[in-house]
Design a protein around this ligand. Structure first.
Ligand SMILES: [Zn+2]
Length: 160
């Protein structure tokens, strides 16, 4: 079993307390609409508490979505390439410049739904930027965060 440092436990505990306080404050909020500054603030808290501040600050957009609560995308310029140069299901990190962004839906049933969606998309960002996982989907790399989420009082689910 891998030893978890005392410092890591402390930042996770801080995140858990911050989350509990915010959830208490917003317990009667229905239809929570995040602002860009709330998204940026919670990105920082989650980055510190779950990802050891390893995630880069990427553009974050509030987008009204029909089928998703959130998205994390990798974008690369393959428009000038011959069709079929890249397999679109595999991210070509070593072949070209890839940029990243997170999109967050404009409205959530509760604050918890918002924060768990953001944290979910941040796991994908970790897969893309730290692990350089060519698939960055709901694979073993993704679920390796399950216990970290749990110790911060968050649920890591497939949807989000
Ligand atoms: Zn996902």
């Amino acid at each position: 079993m891998k030893k978890t440092s005392k410092k890591t436990v402390t930042v996770r505990k801080q995140l858990k307390i911050r989350l509990e306080n915010t959830l208490t404050m917003r317990k009667n909020t229905r239809n929570f609409r995040p602002t860009h500054s709330i998204v940026v603030t919670w990105f920082k808290h989650l980055n510190k508490g779950l990802f050891g501040n390893q995630l880069p600050a990427v553009p974050m957009y509030l987008v009204r979505m029909t089928n998703d609560w959130g998205r994390c995308w990798a974008n690369w310029d393959n428009r000038k390439c011959k069709k079929g140069t890249y397999d679109q299901s595999v991210i070509p990190y070593d072949k070209t410049d890839v940029s990243f962004a997170i999109e967050i839906h404009t409205k959530y049933p509760t604050f918890r739904d918002f924060v768990e969606t953001l944290a979910h998309e941040m796991v994908h960002l970790y897969q893309m930027t730290v692990l350089k996982d060519p698939y960055s989907n709901h694979n073993a790399n993704f679920y390796s965060f399950k216990n970290k989420f749990k110790s911060a009082g968050l649920t890591l689910s497939r949807t989000g």
